[in-house]
Ligand binder design. Structure first.
Ligand code: 5GP
Length: 178
């Protein structure tokens, strides 16, 4: 694999399709074992999660439901204020075992709002699973139970993740060229 160009930026290969599938299988096996005998509902955060959610959920051998939400975060009038709007998720998660699925957790701002929103509905349990996690950037206390891979603080694209709306269709993950 060689470097690719998306708009004005160059990206180099970082996580191959083979490695991705191995990482995702490991997460699926953990979930199958942790929730044995239980029903779960996955709540995927669009857009970036679509490939990870699809490959992961195909390997889940439990009774499960699948739902998606879309979150849009933007800075309010104060520079520190981040407003998160939630779209989707009509069904209640009360008394359900819920696993939120994210493509990448960076500062944790996106996931924190959704986590507390779902927690207020009294789920039987609530956990977070993410394909990628940037531990050096994470500023929140919300526990991230399932992490396929921790990555350094570099911008990545592919496998659902975009740069300015492009690159989501790339089947592996590329990293911004230093
Ligand atoms: P957080 O709210 O945790 O800071 O950011 C989470 C969201 O930021 C992710 O769902 C994703 O949309 C975006 N994001 C964070 N880091 C990256 C990255 O390295 N690459 C891409 N493509 N998106 C990122």
């Amino acid at each position: 694999m060689s470097a690719i160009q998306i708009k004005d930026l160059t990206f180099v290969p970082y996580i191959s399709e083979t490695e991705l599938q191995k990482l995702i299988s490991d997460v699926a096996q953990k979930i199958n074992s942790d929730y044995k005998g239980k029903e779960i509902i996955f709540v995927g955060v669009l857009n970036g999660v679509f490939m990870f959610a699809s490959d992961l959920i195909k390997q889940i051998d439990l009774n499960c439901q699948v739902s998606f939400v879309k979150l849009s975060s933007y800075h309010g009038t104060e520079t520190t204020e981040v407003v998160t709007e939630l779209f989707g998720l009509v069904e209640s998660v009360e008394n359900k075992h819920v696993i939120i699925l994210e493509d990448i957790v960076d500062t944790g701002i996106t996931i924190e709002g959704l986590y507390h929103h779902l927690l207020s509905q009294n789920p039987a349990s609530l956990e977070i699973g993410t394909l990628l996690f940037k531990p050096d950037k994470y500023t929140k206390d919300v526990p991230i139970k399932y992490i396929a891979k921790s990555v350094p603080n570099e911008f990545v694209v592919g496998y659902g993740l975009d740069y300015d709306g492009f690159g989501r269709n790339i089947p592996s993950i590329y990293q911004l060229k230093a």
